[in-house]
Design a protein around this ligand. Structure first.
Ligand SMILES: C[S@@+](CC[C@H](N)C(=O)[O-])C[C@H]1O[C@@H](n2cnc3c(N)ncnc32)[C@H](O)[C@@H]1O
Length: 202
């Protein structure tokens, strides 16, 4: 079967990710955000919400270096490939961000420099439903960020654009000194996903 131009383009990023030993094309999205905004610095403490299969976790741990720390949470465990090469400054917990138990909350701790969320709901194909579920995840990620970030900290959050997109941007505006929206080159053009970045937690 002949491949469409779009598929060829998609394959490019998937192959590039495999070549560099990252499982998901997702890692390029964080790389683009990092190149442009330098959100994660050496020695930072980073919380990665929706971290599985784990490419952001590995990349963030690389950026923070051994004196930094990255903690991930996801409904699903990391892929075997990521688990096998998880560095000592990164760890993850299986859990639901929408209902974090007291025990998990204690393990996650606080005092973070950066909270990143690449969480996505299981998609239904109905853009309105998917965007509403994404909005719920984003609102929860924002509450967690406001709770666990140090003043001045940064927040990166993926949202599926829908009718609540502007509402979410306004919520981020109230908690952070500056905010940007960013659509990575590596994100499929047909995807409704967008990243919102908040700088300088108040
Ligand atoms: C696009 S993937 C993240 C990819 C990841 N950034 C990486 O680089 O490997 C989205 C993740 O969000 C997770 N997720 C969705 N809802 C969640 C919830 N309520 N609590 C925790 N994780 C959730 C999914 O399980 C999925 O692994």
């Amino acid at each position: 079967m002949k491949k469409s131009k779009h598929n060829k383009w998609a394959d490019h990023y998937t192959l590039k990710a495999k070549k560099e030993h990252f499982l998901a094309r997702s890692v390029y999205k964080l790389k683009e955000i990092q190149q442009k905004y330098k959100v994660i610095k050496k020695r930072d403490r980073v919380l990665d919400l929706g971290c599985s299969p784990g490419s952001w976790l590995l990349y963030a741990a690389d950026l923070t270096g051994k004196k930094g720390e990255v903690v991930g949470v996801d409904l699903k465990p990391l892929s075997n490939e990521v688990s096998m090469k998880l560095p000592s400054n990164a760890r993850m917990y299986v859990g639901d961000v929408l209902s974090i138990s007291d025990d998990l909350s204690e393990l996650i701790g606080g005092n973070y420099n950066v909270v990143i969320s690449d969480m996505a709901p299981a998609t239904t194909g109905n853009k309105t439903v998917d965007a509403a579920r994404s909005f719920e995840l984003c609102k929860t990620a924002l509450v967690i960020a406001q709770d666990l970030l140090k003043p001045g900290g940064a927040f990166v959050c993926k949202i599926f654009q829908g009718e609540d997109f502007k509402n979410f941007l306004d919520l981020v505006k109230t908690g952070f000194n500056k905010q940007k929206t960013f659509k990575p080159e590596s994100s499929r053009k047909s995807s409704k996903e967008m990243y919102i970045i908040g700088f300088g937690k108040r």
